[in-house]
Design a protein around this ligand. Sequence first.
Ligand code: PGA
Length: 251
Amino acid sequence: MRKPVIAGNWKMYKLLGEAVDTALALKPLVANANHCEVLIAPVFVHLKTIADRLEGSNIKVAAQNCSTETKHSAHTGEVGADMIKDVGCSYVIIGHSERRQFYGETDESVNKKTKAALQFSLTTIVCVGEMLAERESGNAETVVKTQLVGALDGLTVSDMERIIIAYEPVWAIGTGQTATPGQAQEMHGFIRQTLAEMQGEEAAEKTRILYGGSVKAENIKDLMKEADIDGALVGGASLEAESFAKIVNYR
Ligand code: PGA
């Protein structure tokens, strides 16, 4: 009943020409993937071009961030959620661990950005995940719960229809060290239980929870067998059309 989502996070990679080439190469390779939603998230300055080139296809476009601000105003360097929507995107990724680690993103700013995105009807992929030291000290669940509670503060059950959670253990991102399906399932189950406490069973059952961290063609199948894993947020392996298509077509 939860439609899987396979999302490619292109991070700060590719010039415009390469981004267009990859997007166009991906199109036929995933054209028959009706079992899941397929998304790619290029950098801001490529969004409009990529969205235009993918119009009418089954690949949707996501931004990698948005402003906390919702009014057109004096905020140099920021991009509003309505602007993202306006250029043809329907999704946004908020609170990726790289933004938390390197750009001062906090649970509070993640919450504000999530609300800004929802105000303009963007489906919002909220990222959570613990660092290695937090896992090793037995605090992974506490950290993830704090992030969830902070990110979703003040949201209603109907807001949850546009929320997707991405669990990305920081120690698994870009390291080649994937969480085992069992480790991922354990945390996904915990996330769903936490969502049920916050928003009720029904909303929790409907919410897609994606796994991210060194997802590849070789491990997607086993991850997707787990009951609470509803898709993947893919970095490195999404940069080439062929490898990302293999992940999309995992079945
Ligand atoms: P990775 O990145 O697949 O390269 O580990 C995942 C992410 O950061 O979303």
